[in-house]
Design a protein around this ligand. Structure first.
Ligand SMILES: Nc1nc2c(c(=O)[nH]1)N[C@H]1C(S)=C(S)[C@@H](COP(=O)(O)OP(=O)(O)OC[C@H]3O[C@@H](n4cnc5c(=O)[nH]c(N)nc54)[C@H](O)[C@@H]3O)O[C@H]1N2
Ligand SMILES: Nc1nc2c(c(=O)[nH]1)N[C@H]1C(S)=C(S)[C@@H](COP(=O)(O)OP(=O)(O)OC[C@H]3O[C@@H](n4cnc5c(=O)[nH]c(N)nc54)[C@H](O)[C@@H]3O)O[C@H]1N2
Ligand code: SF4
Ligand SMILES: [Mo]
Length: 700
């Protein structure tokens, strides 16, 4: 008789890193439950964790390397796959230069120990400057602000959410997303507990979100007006004499310059554009500045927009000038056991000129260019054109702005390789698809999100199930690619690299090592966040730059926006924003029947006033048009939106030929990125500006 066994691991789907308790028998999952003894998630999980078993057992997962032929997909062996990739890629690079082969890295790489550790090695061997990732459709402005103000892109301070008295959330919906750039599982309970202990949670969002419903107060801001609001908040703090740097006073440079640069953004001047009354802005600023502790957290809504860089700069600045940086209840640097920030070199970002992309001259950051220009770099002839591409755990046809153009661009490549778990909208274009393991099959230690976690913990999860058929771990595939491109032999494994990092990290005195983590399958608690900025700032002089030239130089653009009449956009009078659903993760979880069932049809949500004006009934088919595309889908009347704003779930659109995912194809939904526009970026950072895309709606 077989026995039911218990396995403990971290869910690696999103940033929350929840601990799971998995009962399994004969290679199959019996139940997936929260691990109540996990010191970080303390018994929280969301419905997606239960679907990990679906992804593992999905018959439509790819199981062998595949090669695209005129007669369809042909299974091939690994040796043949690597031999062909090595030959084609080297030939293209020899003829057209190293940069003619590009790489796009998707979101799951950040949740995979092996990928996180082996991708830099692969990139070094490939030697191309044409690197792209989902970061520039997401959190890039956070990294640019961190790099300019604190000296390193990974110097991200996170809300000390369990001790704060005032949490101001701008453009984040952590009750659904489970937090981002703030790993904090179980957000509803954490938010409720702020209110219960007498604190305040204020949400600024064009939609009355699931998070706003739990908040003390919600302000329905106009899309992309956040930088104006933040300037006005800073202005009130300064004018009312409430500025105070707290314990880091001796480290702050640039305060006078910040004050001068934001001086003309009074609440009265910005109120109409922001959609929040001047008196409310003043009250919010005073409440924030006089709270015992407070922290401003701004996320996707404030970063994937035209002023993403300004928003992230001003968010950090607001925390610093109210004395809330590097103190309990404010915004603090985590101290992870595997510490990427401590390894970052000290160099002066202000003194560096960013590289510029070939076609549009967009800035590069962290060794990458913005994904918003990937299609241009493939489709525009000339020296340095991308002719071959690796996509690794990414689906930019659905996830990148104006994704339909990437669909066309990928068809034009001379050669394309995808490492993925599915044949989908992106990987269907590849010449060779390499099958990776996923979720329950990998060894996991979260390299990145421990760096953004609201408590210091460490946990290692061994694989639960073996790879099926010819699947291989991402890191082993990368190792194979390194070898076939002529790179050095790599004796290292993820475990050996992790062990070395733990033994030399901040907790070496505790004896932290891989063996110690193996002996603690629920994870090890390393304690609450502690003030540590003095050790962790990476500017050459160890100081905080409150008013970097880069951001101050971008303020004239904000002033222009304030002066421009929004009605000038009358061809497309509505503003489109995205939303996340509890039951899916980005573009790739729609083949799990238990999640798909819950997600429901994909609609465009419209405010009742707009619906009435346009003659749209609930459920009616409408056409949504933008400068770059159009979609036909059902409308849904949603009183939680601000008037003039429409919203769609992100991540859908499985209606293209050649995709093997039966369930996803049965409920394809529509891709919001058929409407978003790759030319709409935050010019400062190059990040995609999804939010506020101008659209029009025509009823059928
Ligand atoms: N309009 C709009 N667009 C958005 C967003 C939005 O809010 N609105 N959100 C943006 C954000 S925040 C992000 S992060 C990006 C995401 O953008 P992407 O990373 O491009 O998209 P994903 O859907 O995460 O694609 C993941 C891919 O990896 C595969 N995969 C899953 N697990 C594994 C694995 O373990 N190994 C390998 N090799 N492959 C795996 C999946 O099959 C899928 O093809 O989308 C962005 N796009
Ligand atoms: N269930 C689920 N969870 C996820 C994901 C998922 O796909 N599904 N994806 C994961 C990923 S990759 C990420 S990066 C995180 C993202 O996590 P969050 O940052 O919480 O992202 P969203 O849920 O998209 O929330 C963005 C909010 O910004 C608002 N918004 C839009 N435009 C504006 C604006 O101009 N100003 C303001 N102030 N607000 C605006 C939207 O209404 C929305 O409520 O979520 C992660 N968690
Ligand atoms: S919140 Fe994220 S990490 Fe936690 S169970 Fe859900 S998907 Fe997994
Ligand atoms: Mo993301």
């Amino acid at each position: 008789m077989s026995q039911t066994l218990t396995h403990y691991r971290n869910c690696n789907i999103c940033e929350a890193m929840c601990g799971l308790e998995i009962a399994h028998r004969d290679g199959a999952v019996v139940t997936i439950k929260p691990d109540r003894r996990d010191p970080f998630s303390r018994g929280h999980i969301c419905p997606k964790a239960v679907a990990l078993q679906d992804f593992h057992a999905d018959p439509e997962r790819i199981r062998t390397p595949l090669r695209r032929t005129a007669d369809g997909w042909q299974p091939i062996g690994w040796d043949q796959a690597f031999a062909e990739i090595g030959r084609r890629v080297r030939a293209i690079q020899q003829q057209h230069g190293a940069d003619s082969v590009g790489v796009y890295l998707g979101n799951p790489n950040a949740h995979n120990l092996g990928s996180a550790l082996f991708l830099p090695r692969f990139q070094r061997v490939l030697g191309s400057r044409n690197r792209y990732s989902s970061a520039s459709a997401d959190q890039l402005p956070h990294h640019v602000a961190a790099s300019q103000m604190f000296g390193a892109g990974l110097a991200i301070a996170v809300p000390d959410i369990d001790r704060t008295d005032f949490l101001l959330i701008i453009g984040g919906n952590p009750v659904v997303s489970n937090g981002s750039m703030m790993s904090a599982p179980g957000m509803p309970a954490r938010l409720k507990s702020i209110v219960r202990r007498g604190g305040r949670v204020v949400v600024v969002d064009p939609r009355r979100t699931e998070t706003a419903r739990l908040a003390s107060e919600h302000f329905a801001i106009r899309p992309e007006a956040d930088a104006l609001l933040l300037c006005a908040l800073i202005r009130v703090v300064i004018d009312d004499g409430l500025a105070d740097f707290g314990d880091v006073a001796d480290l702050v440079d640039g305060y006078e310059r910040l004050a001068a640069a934001t001086a003309d953004f009074t609440p009265e001047r910005v109120a109409d554009a922001v959609g929040i009354a001047a008196a409310d802005i003043r009250r919010l600023a005073r409440g924030f500045a006089t709270a015992r502790s407070a922290v401003c957290y701004s996320r996707m809504g404030a970063s994937t927009q035209s002023f993403g860089g300004l928003c992230q700069w001003l968010t950090v600045a607001l925390n610093v000038i109210t004395g809330n940086f590097d103190r309990a209840g404010g915004s603090m640097f985590p101290q992870p056991a595997l510490d990427l920030l401590a390894r970052a070199p000290r160099s002066d970002p202000a003194a560096r000129r960013p590289p510029r992309s070939r076609v549009r001259g967009l800035p590069g950051h962290g060794g990458e260019f913005p994904v918003a220009t990937l299609a241009d770099e493939i489709l525009t002839d000339g020296d340095g054109r991308i002719r071959a591409l690796f996509t690794i755990a990414g689906n930019p046809v659905l996830s990148a702005p104006g994704g339909d153009r990437l669909d066309q661009a990928f068809a034009r490549l001379d050669f394309m390789v995808a490492i993925d778990i599915y044949l989908n909208e992106t990987t269907r274009h590849a010449d060779i698809v390499l099958p990776a393991t996923s979720g329950l099959q990998i060894a996991q230690y979260d390299v990145y999100f421990n760096s953004f976690a609201v408590r210091n913990t460490a946990k290692y999860s061994p694989p639960l199930f073996a790879a099926l058929a010819e699947q291989r771990d991402d890191w082993r595939i990368l190792q194979g690619l390194i070898a076939c491109l002529g790179g050095p032999d790599e004796p290292a494994t993820p475990e050996s690299l992790l062990d070395a990092a733990l033994r030399s990290g901040a907790y070496r005195d505790l004896g932290l090592s891989l063996d110690m983590l193996l002996a603690h399958p629920h994870g090890i608690d390393l304690g609450p966040l502690r003030p540590c900025a003095r050790e962790r700032l990476r500017t050459p002089d160890g100081r905080i730059r409150l008013a970097p030239d880069l951001f101050v130089g971008d303020l004239p653009r904000l002033r222009d926006a304030l002066a421009t009449d929004a009605a000038a956009r009358s061809d497309y009078p509505l503003r489109l924003i995205g939303r996340r659903l509890v039951w899916n993760h980005n573009t790739w979880t729609h083949n799990a029947p238990r999640l798909l069932k819950a997600a429901g049809p994909i609609t465009v949500q419209v405010h009742p006033d707009d619906a009435r004006r346009l003659g749209i009934a609930d459920g009616q088919l409408v056409t949504v048009r933008s400068r770059s595309g159009r979609l036909r889908l059902p409308a849904e009347i949603d009183p939680d939106l601000a008037p003039g704003v429409v919203s769609m779930a992100q991540g859908w659109g499985h209606d293209r030929p050649g995709i093997a995912m039966r369930h996803a194809c049965a409920q394809p939904g529509a891709s919001i990125n058929s409407l978003t526009d790759a030319t709409r970026v935050d010019p400062l950072t190059g990040n995609a500006a999804f939010n506020g895309t101008p659209v029009a709606i025509d009823p059928d």
